[in-house]
Design a protein around this ligand. Structure first.
Ligand SMILES: NC(=O)c1ccc[n+]([C@@H]2O[C@H](COP(=O)([O-])OP(=O)(O)OC[C@H]3O[C@@H](n4cnc5c(N)ncnc54)[C@H](OP(=O)(O)O)[C@@H]3O)[C@@H](O)[C@H]2O)c1
Length: 98
């Protein structure tokens, strides 16, 4: 049986999800803002301010993508001592080496 919990980011819902998960239930959480759940999970591993920052960064990344600012590519290239590889290059490399 799968249990759907609404309001899973709230005070009560959070406890309900945690208790159900501890009992091994197949639980699904309904959330309006996934980033809120992401932030809550991160808070278990890091200070709240850092989890909040990570949430803001992930939201921006999702909406705007990862766009380097002027000079970032050159600075990173200099730091690494080799040209940067895109994810596309990396995936192509893996695909051909498999
Ligand atoms: N806490 C208590 O001691 C207590 C005692 C008696 C009764 N209650 C009742 O139990 C319920 C939950 O309490 P709580 O303390 O856990 O409240 P809460 O911390 O404010 O959490 C409310 C939850 O409901 C979600 N939510 C609010 N409006 C929504 C909407 N229109 N559509 C979908 N989700 C919505 C919120 O989502 P977002 O995170 O996206 O905002 C959040 O996850 C409330 O009805 C409250 O009156 C609570």
């Amino acid at each position: 049986m799968t249990i759907l919990v609404t309001g899973a980011t709230g005070t009560v819902g959070r406890q309900v999800v945690e208790q159900l998960a501890k009992r091994g239930a197949d639980v699904r959480a309904l959330v309006r803002d996934p980033a809120k759940g992401f932030e809550r999970n991160l808070r278990q591993f890091m200070p709240s301010w850092m989890a909040f920052n990570m949430r803001l960064m992930s939201e921006r990344f999702l909406t705007e993508g990862m766009v380097p600012e002027a000079g970032n590519v050159a600075r990173l290239t200099a730091l690494l001592g080799r040209p940067l590889r895109s994810y596309r290059d990396f995936a192509a490399e893996i695909a051909t080496s498999a």
